[in-house]
Design a protein around this ligand. Sequence first.
Ligand code: GUN
Length: 285
Amino acid sequence: MTASVLDGKALSRTIREEVKQETARLQELGIQPGLAVVLVGEDPASQVYVNSKHKACLELGFYSEVHRLPNDTTQEQLLGLVDQLNQQGTIHGILVQLPLPKHIDEKAVIDAISVEKDVDGFHPISVGNMVIGDESLLPCTPAGMMEMLKRNRIPIEGKHAVVIGRSNIVGKPISLLLQRENATVTMCHSRTNNMRELTRMADILVVAIGKAHFVDRSFIKPGAVVIDVGMNRLENGKLVGDVNFDDVVEECSWITPVPGGVGPMTITMLMVNTLKAAKRVHQIQ
Ligand code: GUN
């Protein structure tokens, strides 16, 4: 068996086209979805992400504000900006790029973002609503993975999903979202004993552990769906996932490549969330 590739780039293009059309419809009603991205400091990777978010906004017809603040910005100043953006009518989504410099308490900043504008889905109220299954803006990377499964008509109900990694951004939320779609979910992490025994039972295997090529074919149940959230830079500069793609590709039924799998979906889902937030505040179906 050779797996079919879950193409995040192509799906991302399709969804962006849908968002663009919906944005044009809103504009006829005098509404333009607006996203504010806040970057503190000069982390090179964060700068690339922030620029991509700004570009995506322009491509889809959104209003975009990028606030680039110096590394020595105080927590008080940052909270002041968040408060201003919370009040600003042209802004429907606020994203403070993480990580923040060490002297700033990330939790205090996330907690300060208005829940209605929490397009990252990181606010404790957004997380709580997700846990109990109420309407909320979902964190972008897990939301992107669910979209990849659903739009490729990959069955989730009744399947055994195993998630490797328990981060707040990926492992915990994807476990909940899979369970919400009636999967039976097992969570593994760095301290799990006999991990292979568990992953070999997985119909759907999500890998978000942050270790290059951690998963090889010995982890895989034949025919499994493998979703790789890893983005690791090797010494030779090559970008690879947490899964050894070449080693497992013949064992599974579907697999996400790195790059070009989950990655492109994340910013697209941020745009989806911003559009949703704008529609909600203006009470548009
Ligand atoms: N840094 C890396 N990924 C993310 C993300 O999804 N949201 C924010 N705010 N910061 C990030």
